[in-house]
Design a protein around this ligand. Structure first.
Ligand SMILES: *[C@@H]1O[C@H](CO)[C@@H](O)[C@H](O)[C@H]1NC(C)=O
Ligand SMILES: *[C@@H]1O[C@H](CO)[C@@H](O)[C@H](O)[C@H]1NC(C)=O
Length: 328
């Protein structure tokens, strides 16, 4: 507990743990601050909402989770051959927050697709007099994942090919997708959704958990994980088919020297990835074991891939890329 004499930690909000220490130390200290709940399998998550967007035709509808699959399948002139992007947000946010706005704006520009935006804020933010609590949120992660897997399995039964489903999650949403993918496989006798993108999947209460409690390779045809606040608000585990370390994986350049650097780095993962939708070649990445080696050009002749939305999904292992020169 000696670290407390060196560091000043303030809890402003769940995703906003402000600290003035290094990332590794923050990760260690977080364990002492967040009392992690035991795993809960049967939480009531019936108050989740599903926002379905058909941007091409300018139509949107909100469904309660238990009616969502039916609602989507009977949506006016639904074309099951389009792509279905599902976004799952993180802790302490809501459907009209700037993050959700960015997601809507981004996918509005993606042709031949629909957006399924999940709202689980009833369990993960202030709601009806309930105060937001990271502990309460973590308790609901498994059940939220199971409910979403049920919805996707119903969509599959209704004729939507899981190969057309790409799920993207930030923070707690990234960890939720581990349960979505795993339970979708169980519910469909072995089918997998095409792709899962986990943007800085949550660290506190997950970093030291077994892999089965985190997003991981195998729960979709292809799982990619982006690390932006590695070892603090984001998990320190290497989990996906491909793990991308953004710059050094923590302390993002736009965020340095601010008091809220962890939260900033954690959230910039979303802006970075959403920016890649419109900029196909912004983030060439190199297979590399360590940032040090990436930084001193030791990995320049290693395997290369493209990080972000246009990632072809063929690379395996740990990759690094720089965001230098790009504004997002
Ligand atoms: C979000 O914004 C829309 C449009 O302004 C509004 O109709 C809706 O009630 C808002 N929802 C919440 C939960 O604040
Ligand atoms: C890069 O850094 C690594 C680790 O510090 C070192 O072993 C290696 O020699 C360096 N390579 C170059 C080209 O400087």
């Amino acid at each position: 507990m000696r670290m407390f004499s060196f560091c000043l930690f303030l809890f402003i909000q769940l995703s906003g743990i402000i600290h003035i220490c290094g990332g590794g130390l923050a990760g260690t200290a977080l364990k002492h601050f967040v009392k992690c709940p035991a795993r809960q399998m049967h939480m009531d998550v019936s108050k989740m909402d599903v926002h379905f967007h058909d941007f091409h035709r300018g139509k949107s509808k909100v469904f309660p989770i238990d009616k969502a699959a039916k609602g989507i399948l009977s949506f006016d002139r639904l074309d099951k051959n389009k792509k279905f992007y599902m976004f799952v947000h993180g802790f302490a946010t809501y459907i009209n927050h700037t993050t959700a706005d960015l997601v809507r704006r981004t996918f509005k520009a993606v042709p031949n697709s629909y957006l399924i935006l999940i709202d689980h804020s009833h369990y993960t933010n202030h709601y009806d007099g309930l105060k937001k609590s990271y502990r309460r949120s973590v308790k609901h992660v498994y059940s939220i994942g199971v409910q979403l897997a049920h919805m996707l399995a119903q969509l599959n039964n209704g004729g939507i090919n899981p190969k057309r489903i790409h799920a993207i999650g930030h923070s707690l949403g990234g960890q939720i997708l581990g349960h979505v993918g795993h339970n979708f496989i169980k519910l469909t006798n072995g089918k997998k959704i095409a792709r899962i993108t986990a943007l800085d999947p949550a660290g506190p209460c997950f970093s030291d958990s077994p892999k089965e409690e985190q997003i991981r390779a195998g729960v979709a045809d292809y799982v990619e994980v982006y690390h932006c606040d590695d070892g603090a608000l984001g998990t320190k585990s290497v989990l996906g088919d491909t793990d991308f370390f953004v710059n050094k994986g923590s302390a993002q350049p736009q965020c340095k020297s601010t008091m809220v650097s962890n939260k900033c780095s954690h959230n910039i993962c979303v802006s970075m990835w959403m920016a890649s939708v419109a900029h196909r070649n912004w983030f060439p990445a190199r297979n590399c074991d360590k940032y040090k080696l990436f930084k001193n050009w030791s990995c320049v002749s290693n395997k290369k891939t493209n990080a972000g939305f246009w990632n072809p999904g063929t690379a395996k292992g740990v990759y690094f890329f720089s965001t230098k020169g790009h504004n997002f």
